[in-house]
Design a protein around this ligand. Sequence first.
Ligand code: ZN
Length: 500
Amino acid sequence: MEAEKAYQWLVERGKEVAYLGAAASLLGWDQRTYIPAKGHPHRARQFAVISRLLHQLTTDPKIGEMLSVVEDSPLMDQPDVAANVRNWRRDYERRTRVPERLAVELAQAESEGESAWAELREKEDWAGFVPYLEKILSLKKEYAEAVGYEAEAYDALLEDFEPGERAERLEALFAELRPALVDLLQKIQGAPRQPDTSIVHRDFPVEAQKALILEVLPQLGYDLEAGRLDPTVHPFATRITPGDVRITTRYYDDYFNAAFFGSVHEAGHAMYEQGLPEAHWGTPLGEAVSLGVHESQSRMWENMVGRSRGFWEYFFPKARAHFPVLADVGLDDFVFAINEVRPSLIRVEADEVTYNLHILLRFEIELALFRGEIGVRDLPEVWNQKMEAYLGIRPTAYKDGVMQDVHWSGGLFGYFPTYTLGNVYAAQLFAKAEAELGTLEPNFARGEFAPLLAWLRDHVHVHGRRYTPRELMTRATGEAPRAMYLLRYLEKKYSALYGF
Ligand code: ZN
């Protein structure tokens, strides 16, 4: 009885935290969409108040006591209870191991680092940025020591984004991807056929883009009665509560891909959040398991579904109805144009093939930093060498090279690899879904996306944080994550498009 009361207390605390977090999410959504310019200073202070409250609620020593009561009881024989308690214990330990002084210093260094990055990047002032990055790196090393790890410090950072993942395993996975991707890129660049990308740079009125997106997303399975689409500068998806999962996008009136595929990407994130079990809202079983698994959902819908020929067999006539400029464009030329592969200096502009090389480069640099093999001052040279080796291009400005991403300045080390893990998971999940459901493109060509979504609901979404990402993948696909499925998918798709 006492254990049951303790468990109920933990569930109630979880819901309180979730609702307070939902308030913060809604404020965050507003801050990135419609807030008036003069609203920012007070909004920042408002966030500080809420995060202090959240910190108190989630590091309360009573949580540790209540967890001990449940852990020593027969309640742990119930799988739902055991899964929630295991995650709560993990989260609680990781939070309470960080000394208050370190948490405050980190928060301050991250916020100063991000502001410095924005300003110094514009001025191309790498030397001025070095001390900020060195400070963050040293605090993050301290953080890794505080939360603890088994093999190496970098694992402690990975654990924040991809629970259970290890640097050593990622090294092996990425070592398999790297030469195959470099080789594929070379084949593509030497291919006889090349796309005419002027097709996607015509006149695409924003209102028509929005109308097409709002026609497409519900058909994929994004529930607009439990969501909405708004414009922003840096697109994102955010769950406020189970009945309110929002996405945002950025429109260009002379470029089709950004808003359309950005929206499908964010809808992939949102459909995952909409598929989490509502009955478990406020507990780990109602939460997304990791950034990698999250990204697997967005990437699958964006690339494997949204950039497939089958998808456009169904949607191209509808797109033409919205955009008269596409009247003289054939389906195959359009599909080729939206799948162009071209090495670029900027990660966020990269295609499916080169994107992973951008991530590999960042992962290798992070690992070398945390293993003490290089220092912050070495970064531009290491960066440029790797760019040249992997993509055959070399930045001439810091803002197009080592200073392009905000992540490191905000302390996000261990985050980048989850992008490529997402692609690896997506290809493996998609292959398994097709093994069970049959080839999916004919479904897409008929406008049928429900079978794929239902499969993802059953094998991924419904589990919340019941399993680690690796366990989840193994249960869903029968094997641990491996590079082969992504490589096979990319080789098949791009050899057909480019004709080699
Ligand atoms: Zn994403």
